[in-house]
Design a protein around this ligand. Structure first.
Ligand code: 9MR
Ligand code: 9MR
Length: 592
């Protein structure tokens, strides 16, 4: 038996009179954040089964004590599946403890908690997730627990692929490219996807430095005087630095096998590794990350001698390369017609570069104050910027300019103000549509939210709302961000808590090579799966196939059940931002 029923209500022979016999059984038709709720925050469960009465109850886990009674809202039909919903709102309940929702004739929900620290587990586990993705080093039992493993992919010597060959580094040249995180369920390392991931994690730190200063995730570096989120990011940053060709500043698109490794542990693979063609998106994403890292690491010069300097030098060299190669696309299928061996791993191909220019220019401008970068920001910025994805990174630059607006020169203030307006406009639109969504979330207001890695849309929408909250001080935006975290943790049409190792019903079979191959029942913890994806590109057998239910907890399903560093990062941001802000937002209640 897996963890489905880990925390269900206790089955009792005698029940209090208010609860009918059916309450004894766990009902998966009651969907809610399976970790729980802060005492001072909104508390919603969604009932997707047919009910005979309008009542719901919140009771102790043994069903003996009823602590709250409420009415279900009228039935609504969801826009993106045949699911019908009724909301159970128990926001007024502020008593701390472990409870269940009971709906007569349906049964009871998974056990959830009300408490001031209920979301700490997701904040910590999502960040710790990166440690488990580390290439080239063994994961010790002391830090990795039962998921300890030997090192995988040393990458101390990798080939310069023919697509990347030039006079100074001809085909077959060997370079070192060790370390970094595996991208996802596969064992390759991609600069473009590392870009948005690092930008999101470094921004989490820049937005909440005091909070992260004390957040411990029990990684090998935890004993040093550096915040763990930076320690973790630096592990990948050092790898990224190896991906720049020091001869010209260009950055290789990825460090990869030619073919995906099998579903095996990382330590046993022997296929040769390659760095492939330098490209404009990889090089500009690299410039953005290293420019941002440089200004953060300035404060850690003692701990990391020379690292901040290497970063800013790398960023400037990358920028120069991009100026002379402004639109070099990494087009894998075209390359495969010309070069061998053919490379068939993740493509992260992108032929639209305005957003990478905007992001790199923003970070370089903030770090160096040089006007030439701001010229590019001004040229590339327009009001139509939208939620970030790996191929659309404009917003990351805007977030940074907004964050650091106080230190910007006067001539940049107007642009930063326009960026703020865009963020607030999008946030207001999200909130205005909450009532049109049957799960009362921002996620799922559009069918487009359910694409490959859609769960990261939920988290990225949450970040945008956190930013709107930081800009305005208005708690309604943070409440919206929390609604999307509730989505990720169980208040969704599938009823899954989408983070491995958390909640009562979470993915047991992610498309994640170590989790498949390690012989351990529980998957590697703290990893966010992609979630419902109407594309179902993997052609696996899906039990449910509607837009918001097209998810299957099967390791076949890389289109709905893989994990990826660019999906975990916004979850790290969202969960930790909410933790950092919970006191001020009034979510925490201390009863003496
Ligand atoms: O494991 C791979 C996963 O990381 C990718 O997201 C996915 C799509 O590119 O491909 C997976 O690899 C599969 C490959 O594409 C086809 N043969 C089976 C591989 C494992 O399921
Ligand atoms: O997240 C990527 C998604 O947006 C693309 O549609 C998909 C197909 O190209 O690839 C996804 O990224 C995968 C990458 O190519 C290889 N590693 C696993 C990534 C997550 O599935």
């Amino acid at each position: 038996m897996n963890n489905y029923f880990k925390r269900s209500c206790t089955i009792l022979l005698s029940l209090s009179v208010s609860l009918i016999a059916a309450s004894q059984k766990l009902s998966t038709e009651i969907k809610l954040n399976q970790l729980g709720f802060y005492p001072g925050a909104k508390k919603l469960a969604v009932v997707t089964g047919k009910t005979v009465s309008n009542d719901f109850y919140i009771t102790s886990t043994n069903l003996r004590d009823t602590v709250f009674k409420g009415n279900l809202s009228a039935e609504e039909k969801s826009a993106y599946s045949t699911t019908t919903t009724r909301l159970a709102d128990f926001s007024q309940l502020i008593k701390t403890g472990s409870f269940v929702v009971v709906v007569p004739s349906l049964g009871c929900s998974y056990v959830f908690d009300i408490g001031n620290t209920v979301l700490e587990p997701v904040a910590v586990a999502s960040l710790k997730g990166y440690y488990y993705q580390r290439a080239s080093m063994p994961l010790q039992k002391k830090f990795a627990g039962k998921w300890h493993r030997s090192a995988g992919h040393p990458d101390d010597v990798v080939y310069v692929h023919s697509s990347a060959a030039d006079a100074k580094r001809p085909k077959g040249t060997l370079i070192p490219s060790p370390g970094g995180w595996y991208d996802a369920g596969d064992y390759n390392k991609y600069i473009v996807n590392s870009g948005i991931t690092m930008g999101t994690l470094l921004s989490a730190y820049e937005d909440f430095p005091a909070y992260f200063d004390t957040l411990q995730t029990d990684i090998p570096e935890s004993a040093d005087k550096v915040p763990d989120i930076l320690n973790e990011a630096i592990y990948n940053l050092r790898w990224m630095l190896t991906m720049q060709d020091s001869n010209d500043g260009g950055v290789y698109h990825k460090c990869t096998d030619a073919l995906f490794d099998g579903m095996v542990m990382p330590g046993i693979t022997t296929a040769p590794r390659f760095v492939v063609q330098k490209g404009t998106s990889a090089t500009l994403d690299f410039a953005a990350v290293t420019a941002q890292a440089a200004r953060i690491l300035k404060n850690y010069k003692k701990q990391f001698p020379g690292l901040a300097d290497s970063c800013i030098n790398g960023a400037e060299k990358a920028w120069s390369w991009a100026l002379t190669h402004p639109s070099i696309e990494y087009n894998q299928s075209l390359n495969n017609e010309k070069f061998s061996p053919a490379i068939v791993t993740g493509a992260y191909g992108d032929n639209f570069f305005n957003d990478e220019w905007l992001w790199a220019a923003s970070e370089l401008f903030i770090t160096t104050s040089e006007g030439k970068y701001f010229e590019v920001v001004k040229k590339q910025f327009n009001d139509s910027i939208s939620l970030p994805t790996w191929s659309n990174v404009s917003m990351l630059g805007c977030y940074s300019l907004i964050r650091l607006q106080k230190s910007l020169p006067a001539f940049a203030i107007v642009t930063a103000a326009k960026m703020k307006a865009v963020v607030i406009t999008i946030a207001d639109e999200y909130l205005s549509k909450v009532s049109t969504n049957a799960f009362a979330t921002i996620m799922g207001q559009s069918a487009k939210d359910y694409n490959w890695g859609g769960n990261s849309n939920a988290a990225n929408q949450g970040i945008l709302l956190v930013r709107a909250h930081l800009l305005s001080g208005n708690t309604k935006y943070l409440d919206g961000a929390l609604d999307n975290l509730d989505y990720i943790l169980g208040r969704n049409a599938t009823g899954y808590c989408f983070v491995t190792g958390l909640g009562s019903k979470s993915p047991m079979f992610p498309h994640h090579r170590p989790s498949v191959a390690d012989g351990i029942t529980e998957p590697v913890p703290g990893l966010l799966v992609g979630g419902p994806n109407k594309g179902m590109q993997d052609k696996c057998h899906y039990e449910f196939t509607e837009t918001e239910t097209a998810y299957i907890d099967n390791d076949c399903s890389y289109a709905s059940n893989e994990i990826a560093i660019n999906w975990n990062a916004p979850l790290v941001y969202l969960a930790n931002a909410i933790e950092a802000l919970k006191q001020k937002a009034g979510y925490v209640i201390t009863i003496n």
